[in-house]
Each structure stands twice: as structure tokens, then as C-alpha cells.
Design a protein around this ligand. Structure first.
Ligand code: GLU
Length: 548
């Protein structure tokens, strides 16, 4: 009895060979430098920041090199699969404009290297496992969970490295006829890869981020096919899929680095060239003085829904991730403000060697910058889209008078240094509510008076202003009039004079302007008061002033 007999017993129905698949999925017709990358999530839950981070690196590498970026659904862990997870992954990629070139979604297969869903690739995996069995590089293992637990316990007591290796790999010594006998008796089994490594030997592994590493050879006979569903494990599926889909660069989290020796061995067993690897750093956050890994459980910002709910422009999230992907991104972006992030030449060796520190303050800065450069129409559209889902009252404000809203948004926008006060669409309502009479009059509010607090004096200023000095036609005149009023009422119209002899005045022009501003808006800090007054118009200004 030969290994081939064993392979035929286990995979009776498999008639294709690995050569057939080699022909079906030929080397891609791309230029030499073109990179083929993939995002390969397991559909086990929400889309996380770490997922987008991986997807973005893959996307940038592929686009910058005129290569291919594809999506592979790694759904072999059926027990952990979550309904709707795939839809969310696809929706997130599309929303963030990281759409894959090849994918499979709702029955559509786009691309010639599919199926792109692992559970649909069973026949392929079986063909490849059959091949390994027939060349003696894989075998069925009948050890029960109890036996494996006991083995581990013994290894721990004896202080021996745990795992199915060397003399502990008992099923590796079964003869072909013994194995066939057990299979015929209906004993459940998994398939293990037969390692030929020696843990005491090191080999050179080139990680594009970390450079040359010296890793121990793998000597564990890893499970490559699970017994239930006969689906492959991650390790095996990675090798087969990334080979057949002709991936050139595998970008994955650094938690996979310890498994790389297994993967390299499997590529060698098939005689395939391994792809290049980039093991990415963890995303970290600052807590007090120390750094820790961003946690899906503890940190709301770990979930992509956080950014949608708060209304960050997608580009801001992307840019903020780009800054932690490559340390030179920010500089490049400042020098090339009009270029897209996909023009940036990613270099794996410019990734952080420790963790990638994600900072929400930085995101706010990036986002403020992006929103400040948008036109009023763009802000109108995007904020209305956001408000339609997340904020009914802002939606009402916008829709009550779109032109008025756009004009508010336009204050201090079209100028060399536009105002940067909106970091996210959820900031808008609290920045503009006072521009809406219905809200202004019904809301409990505190007037933020500053130096002038005396009610009679405030009324005096407002009356004088409304009766004599109000002028909304021209900004210079408008301000000049305020100064003239200052002179009349005993306030310094000139700050220099005031600083020289403050005792000669009741206050100064800034104090008076603050009264005009606070009385109109209740706020001591607002965008340009002249612009606000123009938007109100004479009647609404008077109404607000009379109500003080
Ligand atoms: N499905 C694996 C994960 O979600 C993918 C790792 C890889 O990119 O190879 O962690």
C-alpha cells in the first residue's frame, strides 16, 4: 500500500491534479513591478480600524504599482461567522473608496482567479492536500482532543515545547494500511502537514517591514484540514490561495509572523515560490503616559462605525491611517497637496517597527483641514447625507432653508486661510444652532458676557447701535460705525489709546463688539460678526437685540 492509495481513499472524488489548477490560474499578465495584494478578512464581526488599515496598505501597494487588489473571504471558521459581516466589509471598502478589483459578492464573481470565498474552494484544497498525502508530506491524524490535551499537559510538566512534533507526532508513524483501516472503521481524523524542519535550525526570513529575520524552522505537524466540513485551516488555505491567486505581497498583522515558518515549508513542499511578506504593526493608542494596543472591546474608535456615526469625512480617516502607515507620508502630502494618497510610494521599511500610534486629535486636525477646503456645496451635501442618518435636528435645520445653511457654512470659507472649526459633521449643529430663530428662542442658553455685564449698559449699547450706527452694506463702514459709537459712549475706539490710558475709558472697542456678538448669538466666540449680521438682516438683528 502506498501513500497514493491513502490519498485515493481519503479523496476518492478528487480527479483534478494540482497541475490542472496551475493551468487554470496562470501567472498574471502584469508588468514586472506590478503588485498583487489582497484583503483577506474572516467574516466574524464588525469592520475594525485594524481591518481598514490592512486593506488600505494593500490597496496603496497595488494601485501605486498598477497591480491588482482583490478581496478574499476567509470563511472557513463556520462557527465564528457572523451574518452580514461580508456586506459590511464590502460596504466599508466601497465607502472608503478602496473597492477591490476582484471579489465575489452576492453571487457575482469579478475576476478570473476565483472563487474568492474559501468555503467554495473545497475541491481545490482537497486536490492540493491529496497531492501532499501522495508525496508523503501529509497524513491523517486520529488523535482525540483528550489525547492531545494529555500530550500538552505532559509536555508542560516535562518543560518541553508544546505541540505535535517529533516523538509526540504519533500518527505520523502509522503505516498507510493502519491509517486506511482506521478510516474504514469510521474514526474521525484531521489531516496534518508532515514537517521536515528542525526547530534548532534557523533560517533567514525576509520581512519587508522588519528586514532580515532569523526564525526557527518549524517542526510541528500542523493541522491543515479540519475534520468537520473537511475545510482547511488558515495556514493551508493561505498557501494554496495566495499561490493560485498569484499574490505577490502578503500584508497581514504581525500576529501571523510566528506562523510564517510553517507557511514557508508548505510553499516549499509544493515547489512554489513564496510571496513577499509585510507583517504590519499593531495599532496602538496613548493612555496616560503609556501606549497600549487599541482594543475592540474597550475603545469605541476601534470600530469603523465610530467614524460614520460622528461624521468624519472618509478621506480624513484614510489620511489619518496613511500617516501611521508610513512615517514620511505627512511630509509627502504637504509637498504634494493636490496628489491622491494612491500616488504615494509606500515603503514597507518606513513602517513603524514598534506599534503604529493612532491619535484621534491628529484625525481631528486632518479632518478640519479637509473640511475647510471643501466648497459650501460639498459640505452641504455631505453633512445632509450624514444628518439624514444620524441627526434629525440638523437635517431639519438644513432642509428648512438650504441656501441659508450654505451661506452659514460659507462664512470665512472662501479665503486664503479658511476657518477650520468643523472636524466632523456632528460638530456642525453646536456651531450654528444660534443662527436659527426657532432654536435660538426656545433653547435654554447662557449669554457669555465678558467685560461688560451691566444690563443697562448693554441695553444702552444695543439701542444706540440699532438707532444710529447699524450698517450692513460694507465691512469697513460697519466697523467704522462701531468705532464711532465707541467714541460717543466713552469706549476707546483705538486699542493703542486704550492701552496707554485705560482709566480714561469705560472699556474698548473689543468689549463693545463682544456685546454686539453675545447679544446676537449668546456666544462670545463666533465666526466673523459682520458676516453673521449680514445673514441675519436688519429685522432679525433688531428683534434679538430688543429681547435682551
Ligand atoms: N483571515 C485572516 C485574518 O483575518 C487573514 C490574515 C491574512 O491576511 O493572511 O486574520
Amino acid at each position: 500500500m502506498t501513500n497514493e492509495d491513502l490519498a485515493n481513499v481519503i479523496f476518492r472524488d478528487i480527479t483534478k491534479t494540482i497541475e490542472d489548477y496551475e493551468k487554470m490560474y496562470p501567472k498574471r499578465d502584469l508588468s514586472d513591478n506590478a503588485c498583487v495584494t489582497r484583503f483577506a478578512p474572516s467574516p466574524t464581526g464588525f469592520m475594525h480600524l485594524g481591518g481598514l488599515f490592512q486593506a488600505l496598505i494593500n490597496y496603496v501597494i497595488a494601485k501605486e504599482s498598477n497591480g491588482v487588489f482583490y478581496l478574499r473571504n476567509e470563511d472557513t471558521d463556520k462557527a465564528r461567522e457572523v451574518d452580514g459581516a461580508v456586506d459590511l466589509i464590502m460596504e466599508t471598502l466601497n465607502n472608503y473608496e478602496l473597492a477591490p478589483d476582484e471579489y465575489e459578492f452576492k453571487g457575482d464573481i469579478v475576476g478570473k482567479y476565483g472563487p474568492y470565498i474559501q468555503s467554495e474552494r473545497k475541491e481545490i484544497y482537497h486536490t492540493f492536500i491529496k497531492h501532499l498525502i501522495s508525496i508523503g508530506r501529509a497524513y491523517p491524524c486520529f488523535c482525540t482532543k483528550e489525547e492531545l490535551d494529555l500530550m500538552r499537559e505532559n509536555q508542560e510538566t516535562m518543560k518541553i515545547r508544546t505541540g505535535y512534533h517529533g516523538r509526540f507526532a504519533s500518527c505520523s508513524r502509522l503505516s498507510v494500511s493502519e491509517a486506511i483501516e482506521k478510516i474504514k472503521n469510521g474514526e474521525p481524523y484531521v489531516i496534518r502537514f508532515r514537517s521536515n524542519g528542525n526547530f534548532d535550525n534557523k533560517f533567514e526570513f525576509d520581512d519587508l517591514r522588519q528586514g532580515k529575520l532569523y526564525l526557527n524552522e518549524n517542526d510541528i505537524d500542523e493541522v491543515i484540514m479540519k475534520s468537520e466540513n473537511m475545510l482547511p485551516t488558515y495556514h493551508f488555505a493561505h498557501v494554496v490561495d495566495d499561490h493560485l491567486m498569484r499574490t505577490t505581497h502578503v500584508v497581514r498583522g504581525e500576529e501571523w509572523l510566528p506562523s510564517a515558518p510553517k507557511h514557508i515549508q508548505m510553499f516549499e513542499a509544493f515547489g512554489f515560490e513564496a510571496p513577499k511578506y509585510i507583517h504590519t504593526p499593531l495599532i496602538m493608542k496613548k493612555e496616560g503616559d503609556s501606549l497600549r494596543k487599541i482594543s475592540k472591546r474597550k475603545d469605541p474608535e476601534a470600530s469603523m462605525s465610530y467614524y460614520s456615526e460622528l461624521g468624519y469625512p472618509k478621506l480624513a480617516v484614510i489620511e489619518s491611517l496613511m500617516t501611521i502607515i508610513n512615517s514620511n507620508y505627512e511630509e509627502w502630502h504637504t509637498e504634494n497637496p493636490d496628489k491622491k494618497f494612491t500616488d504615494f510610494k509606500f515603503s514597507a521599511d518606513k513602517m513603524s517597527t514598534s506599534g503604529a500610534l493612532y491619535d484621534l486629535m491628529k484625525l481631528d486636525d486632518i479632518s478640519k483641514n479637509i473640511i475647510s477646503k471643501m466648497t459650501k456645496d460639498e459640505v452641504y451635501e455631505e453633512s445632509l447625507k450624514w444628518a439624514s442618518i444620524y441627526n434629525e435636528s440638523l437635517k431639519k435645520m438644513i432642509e428648512s432653508n438650504p441656501e441659508y445653511y450654505k451661506n452659514i457654512i460659507n462664512i470665512e470659507r472662501v479665503q486664503e486661510k479658511p476657518r477650520k472649526d468643523i472636524a466632523k459633521y456632528s460638530d456642525i449643529e453646536s456651531l450654528i444652532w444660534y443662527m436659527y430663530d426657532e432654536i435660538f428662542y426656545s433653547k435654554e442658553k447662557t449669554y457669555e458676557w465678558k467685560n461688560i455685564t451691566d444690563k443697562d449698559e448693554i441695553k444702552n449699547i444695543l439701542n444706540t447701535y440699532v438707532n444710529k450706527y447699524i450698517d450692513l452694506n460694507d465691512k469697513d463702514n460697519w466697523f467704522n460705525n462701531i468705532k464711532l459709537m465707541c467714541d460717543e459712549l466713552g469706549y476707546a475706539s483705538n486699542m493703542k489709546d486704550y492701552k496707554k490710558n485705560p482709566e480714561n475709558f469705560k472699556g474698548n472697542v473689543a468689549d463693545v463688539s463682544t456685546v454686539l456678538r453675545v447679544s446676537l448669538t449668546s456666544k462670545s466666540m463666533t465666526p466673523d460678526l459682520f458676516e453673521i449680521m449680514k445673514l441675519f438682516g436688519m429685522d432679525r438683528i433688531k428683534e434679538r437685540y430688543f429681547k435682551i
